[in-house]
Every structure is written in C-alpha cells, then in structure tokens.
Design a protein around this ligand. Sequence first.
Ligand code: SAH
Length: 256
Amino acid sequence: MPSPTTIWRATILTLFPEMFPGPLGVSLAGRALSSGLWALEARDIRDSATDRHRSVDDTPAGGGPGMVLRADVLAAAIDAADTASEVARHRPRLLMSPRGRPLTQSQVAELAAGPGPLIVCGRFEGIDERVIGARGLEEVSIGDYVLSGGELAAMVLIDACVRLLPGVMGKQESGTDESFSEGLLEYPQYTRPQTFEGQPIPEILLSGDHARVAAWRRAESEALTRARRPDLWAARPNQAPSPKSRQNRPKNTTDG
Ligand code: SAH
C-alpha cells in the first residue's frame, strides 16, 4: 500500500460535500478508496465564508440572472486546502467549467500519474472570473452541455483517473488496450453464450490464434473509429492517411 504522503488524493471544493464519495464509494473506485489506494477529501466552500450569514455568492456585476460564487470566499477556500502539505501546494488546480478544455484520456492519464488534483466545483452561474487567474485554476470541461454544478463533472474526472492508479484494476493491461489509449475506439467484445438470438460470436475469436485475433481487433477498432469518430481518426499520432481515406477526403483540404 502506498504511504499516506504519496497516495493519490483528490481534494474537492464544493458547496455540497455530502455528494461525495457518492458513486465513487462503490465498485472499483469504492473498493480502492476503502483499501487506501487513493484518498478523497471534500471540503465545504461555505466554511471559508466570513460574514454572519455565511454567504458564498452574490448577484452578477452588470446585471443578469442568477448568482455568482465570490472570488474572496473561493480564494480563501483554496488557500485553506493548500496549507495541508508541500505536495498540496504543487498539485494541479482544476475548475470544472463548460468553458474549459474538453477532458481527454491523455489528460486523465497525466492527472493519474501526478499527486492528484484540487478541484473547484462551480454552482449557480459560475464563479467570479478573477479567482481563476489569481489562483491559477485550469478550466476543464466534460462536454458541450451545461450541468447545474461541477460535482458530477469532478466525479467523472476522478473516476477516470482512479481506474488507472496502480493496483486498482485487476489486470494492468486493461487500462492500456481500450478506447482512446491509441487514439482509437475499442473493438467489439463478446462473451458467452456462443450464440445469442441467432448471432454467433465471430469465428476468429474462438480460433485460439492470438495473432489473427489481434489483427481482427485492430481492423475493427480502425473501422469503428473511422466511421464514428472521423475527428479522432484524423488526429491519430504518426499515421499516414490510408489510400481509402484519401479518396474520401473532400477537395481543397490540406494536410494539417
Ligand atoms: N453560466 C455558466 C454555467 C454555469 S453551470 C456558463 O454558461 O458557462 C454551474 C457549474 O457547473 C459551473 O460553474 C461548472 O462548475 C459546472 N459545469 C457545468 N457544465 C459543465 C461541464 N460541461 N463541464 C464541467 N463542469 C460543468
């Protein structure tokens, strides 16, 4: 078991700490959490409020609907979380935000390899812009849609990281041979029964010929990626376009 100082730790700043661990407390992530393979700390932003009413938000400057989380309260909450240790001061500081860089598997792998992030969860209309720069927050989005708060987004990010931590998944390779690990979507998977509603498992998978199975899986991965995610297909590292994709390419485009 890793020592308490090196353990991967996610620190969440939220107005709803009771939402954690939530779904992170069950199955793979939950078992790893209770066996000490990672740690989770949910801190209440409201504990850093200074006025009588413990207020954390106010109306938007310039008008408009809703409320905005105050920069001073949020900065105090971040500073309080950072006093814990030297490691805490140097970890990535993320803000879950629909305006952020879309989360990818390679960013997840990078975060999983580090000490674990501090994650700020917004609510209402979001947070005061000034604290983003003042505390070096990196905005991360989980997709082009708007949630009511950053907590579910933070859980998505943490779940994706935790399954890559050493010892969390049964077999180490189950984290490397799957969707996005090589810029490709995963090949189709099958298990018993051998025939389901008239559909047999592809014969090649029962052949016991590992090389043929690997070649089949690779071809399926490539075909799926090309069909469903032309953006991923085009962005694969070190790949010359195949003759087929060159033919299909619209005129007047250049290699990027
Ligand atoms: N008014 C803001 C949205 C606020 S939603 C805007 O239009 O950009 C409230 C909070 O939910 C945000 O501060 C953020 O923390 C979280 N959130 C909403 N959608 C998200 C997404 N797609 N990815 C990550 N966090 C998100």
